[in-house]
Design a protein around this ligand. Structure first.
Ligand code: HEM
Length: 243
């Protein structure tokens, strides 16, 4: 990340800081998130992938599995942290083994595009009691990009519950996304796990290619339409500059 270069009015600024010293004033945003998702636009929608590949740890080493994935990514209203503006997709992916109903893996979070910083930020929560925040610099029209998180980082870090932290400590995470020419998209994700009694870290790797099964549903603000403030959301935003 950028190097701290000056302190002004008590606010830390960095060399690549697009925010300035006013941490309260919010920029205007595009009400229609689907128009402003940058490199995340091709991911919006509902997807399925039947040829997922997983390598996970087992007592005597590692096990390979194939999996079937249902991945939903729906646009949310733009979000601001003072001057910081995000356009995002809320996601839920549910994974089963072929022909099964029981959950093999479940994951929720947000994919966020920040145009001013040309960054993608990704949040991940899994019901093993583990969360992480990964990020990477990405061009607005990129068809391929990678996001990373590391244990111990105060910004793009990984948190595991005490048992996982002791028994299967995730020290780093990366996800590589490729938008394919045929309209599908693929990911490869890797978590590096330290496991007691093993001399080398375990590389928990998952891959899949997702095919679109439904278009995204426009975000609530886009569904209001121009000038339609009947639900009060538009007028709230106008009066107070925020939701
Ligand atoms: C497609 C995605 C994924 C699949 C299919 C998957 C599947 C699995 C499976 C089958 C295990 C074996 C242990 C068990 O059954 O309890 C496992 C272990 C584990 N996974 Fe994943 N996983 C995925 C993604 C992730 C991600 C994104 C993380 C976190 C960054 C993660 C963290 C872990 C950890 C910490 C373990 C070791 C804990 C244990 O064995 O109970 N996994 N995973």
């Amino acid at each position: 990340m950028a190097i701290v270069d000056r302190v002004e009015s008590g606010v830390r600024q960095t060399a690549s800081d697009p925010y300035g010293t006013d941490i309260y004033t919010e920029p205007p945003g595009d009400p229609d998130t689907l128009n402003s998702l940058g490199p995340l636009r091709p991911l919006a929608g509902v997807w399925e992938g039947t040829k997922g590949s997983d390598d996970h740890p087992v007592a005597d080493g590692s096990e390979h599995s194939v999996f079937v994935e249902h991945y939903e990514l729906q646009p949310i209203d733009f979000q601001t942290n003072g001057p910081q503006l995000f356009y995002g997709l809320r996601y839920h992916t549910h994974i089963v083994e072929p022909g099964q109903i029981v959950t093999f893996h479940d994951q929720i979070g947000y994919w966020l595009w920040e145009p001013a910083a040309s960054m993608v930020t990704f949040t991940l929560a899994i019901p093993r009691g583990q969360v992480l925040l990964a990020a990477g610099s990405v061009d607005v029209d990129a068809k391929e990009f990678e996001l990373t998180a590391a244990l111990g980082s105060e910004v793009h870090g990984i948190l595991s519950n005490p048992f996982l932290d002791r028994a299967f400590r995730t020290t780093s995470y990366r996800i590589h996304v490729t938008v394919n020419d045929d309209g599908t998209w693929s990911y490869e994700e890797e978590g590096v796990l330290e496991i007691p009694g093993r001399e080398v870290p375990f590389h928990h790797v998952d891959r899949n290619t997702l095919h679109k099964v439904a278009e995204p549903i426009p975000n609530p603000l886009a569904r209001l339409g121009p000038g339609d403030t009947s639900l009060g959301i538009g007028s709230l935003r106008n009066e107070r500059g925020r939701l």
